[in-house]
Design a protein around this ligand. Structure first.
Ligand code: HEC
Ligand code: HEC
Length: 459
């Protein structure tokens, strides 16, 4: 290159760079450096879409293996609502919403259910259609972790992403699948379950009840808690190993997740659920699953070493935005005078960090510990069944933000309200407080217990 050309080229390069810098200054945007606000917005949009509508290709399991589309085809809208499936009214035409309000929609006609699925109106259920025929069904995160505000009818209204569906009978829905052999084959990998049958699996699934799911069943094959649970309120044995579906909102700032905490962060659990529970097509890695004593099924089926080719991986590329979206979801805010008594809550606030000592674990205003937020069963003075099913052998200090929703039974069937702690062993917040009072010898008076409950409802 001649010297003159080189100088010209250098000048041209300088000009291009100067224009780029000027452009950056003008618009404040540059793909090179990125922009946090734009990025946040794009992540939320993408994450919301994934959370609501992405099946990660899990039709390969639910349709191709379990043939669940066959039972979905025969599901009337009435039965679907009874099973706790929710309908997004925003996805329906105004005339359909009016027809529902006036009782003009036939709730006994399975064709109506298919129409709803086709319009993407059934939360968490994604259908593939050939004309009007349903050919494939898959599930998304929204199935369990969202519900509706019931503004049109019970079970029909606006979506609330992140709020647990406490009505959803996941077990009963899976139990309708015509072919449970793939689940049977998995459970037979546990030494104690070599002779398990499809009927056994159906019995276990039907023992879960509304608002519950057992994510660890497919790791350890355990179906029920043999411990005698005595908490000053109730005594029960062999209660189902399923746990309540927690909220997937209000979790920003929390380190460990799920009832037992020991798995990891939100994004750990998202990857695990997408690959090993929904059975989407993706990669998941956790060497702790190789412990055949704790996780006989996971170790034998190598569930901690699921690896697919990057080009066919339908999970990994979505984890960042999915995580971001979940962390952006706020918890539901209680309304003074409606959801709680203000004066009583103020007195309860003093007790919470004083005599009742709740703040030592549920640290205000995060309501869990900043840091390693879990405690042994011994420390909690409860049985260790569920804790021992997780690598951390402990229980996570669950958030208290928004507990009033359950106490008041908002956005759920009245019969499913309340239910606190992982297995719902406490029916009401007063039951929870009575139990802490007994377990930790707090010596609270009846008035103090009442004030503490009002405070919990104000969070
Ligand atoms: C079949 C119902 C079901 C589906 C579908 C489901 N979850 Fe969950 N989720 C649960 C249950 C039950 C737990 C509690 C598990 C435990 O503690 O053993 C949970 C726990 C969580 C938690 C931890 C919450 C906390 O308080 O720490 C997050 C986050 C979460 N799920 C996200 C997701 C995402 C993302 C998806 C989709 C990839 C998803 N879930 C799909 C039932 C479900
Ligand atoms: C030693 C730590 C610790 C202390 C002290 C403590 N908690 Fe908890 N709390 C936990 C853990 C861990 C859980 C989850 C237990 C489970 O699900 O099995 C929990 C769960 C709860 C729940 C149920 C949350 C849900 O989503 O179902 C409520 C309500 C609650 N605590 C209130 C209180 C109150 C009120 C006090 C004070 C009287 C208190 N806690 C003291 C650790 C603690």
């Amino acid at each position: 290159m001649k010297q003159r050309d080189a100088v010209l080229l250098g000048a041209a390069a300088f000009l291009v760079a100067a224009i780029a810098v000027a452009g950056m200054k003008q618009g404040g945007k540059s793909n090179f450096l990125g922009n946090a606000n734009d990025n946040a917005k794009a992540m939320i949009d993408q994450g919301r879409h994934t959370f609501r509508f992405d099946t990660y290709g899990d039709e390969a399991f639910w349709t191709d293996q379990l043939h669940i589309q066959q039972s979905v085809k025969t599901l009337s809208p009435g039965t679907a609502l009874m099973l706790g499936l929710k309908v997004d009214s925003a996805a329906l035409s105004p005339s359909t919403v009016q027809a529902i309000k006036h009782g003009m929609v036939n709730l006994n006609d399975p064709a109506v259910t298919l129409q709803l699925i086709k319009q993407n109106a059934v939360l968490g259920v994604v259908g593939t259609f050939n004309g009007s025929a349903l050919t494939r069904v898959g599930f998304t995160c929204a199935l369990c972790h969202s519900t509706v505000d019931n503004s049109v009818a019970p079970g029909i209204g606006n979506r609330i992403d992140g709020l647990a569906n406490r009505d959803l009978n996941v077990g009963a829905i899976i139990a309708t699948a015509p072919n449970l052999q793939p689940v049977v084959d998995l459970l037979r990998l546990a030494p104690q379950d070599e002779s398990v049958t499809a009927q056994d699996v159906r019995n276990v699934l039907n023992s879960w009840g509304p608002g519950k799911f057992d994510a660890e069943l497919f790791l350890d094959g355990k179906t029920s808690n043999p411990a005698q649970i005595t908490n000053g309120i109730t005594t029960a044995t062999n209660i189902s190993g399923a746990v309540l579906i927690p909220n997937a909102l209000g979790l920003a700032g929390h380190n460990l997740h799920t009832w037992t905490g020991g798995w990891g962060t939100v994004t750990y659990w998202n990857a695990f659920v997408a690959v090993n529970e929904l059975h989407g097509i993706g990669t998941f890695f956790d060497e702790r699953f190789d412990d055949a004593t704790q996780f006989p099924i996971a170790a034998a089926a190598k569930l901690g070493h699921v690896s697919v080719d990057p080009d066919s991986d339908r999970v990994t590329g979505k984890l960042a935005a999915l995580h971001f979206y979940q962390l952006s979801l706020p918890s539901v805010q209680p309304r003074p005078g409606i959801d709680f008594n203000v004066a009583a809550a103020e007195r309860g606030d003093e007790l919470f960090s004083g005599k009742a000592n709740c703040n030592s674990c549920h640290h205000e205003p995060l309501w869990t510990e900043p840091g390693w937020n879990q405690h042994s069963a011994e420390e909690m003075k409860i049985d260790s069944f569920e804790a021992d099913r997780s690598p951390g052998h402990a229980y996570q200090t669950m958030t208290l933000a928004g507990v009033f929703v359950r106490e008041r039974g908002l956005f759920m069937f009245p019969q499913n309200k309340g239910r606190f702690y992982h297995d719902g062993r406490f029916q009401t917040l007063m039951d929870v407080v009575n139990s802490y009072d007994a377990r930790f010898n707090l010596g609270l008076t009846e008035q103090e217990k009442h004030d503490l409950v009002e405070y919990l409802k104000s969070l």
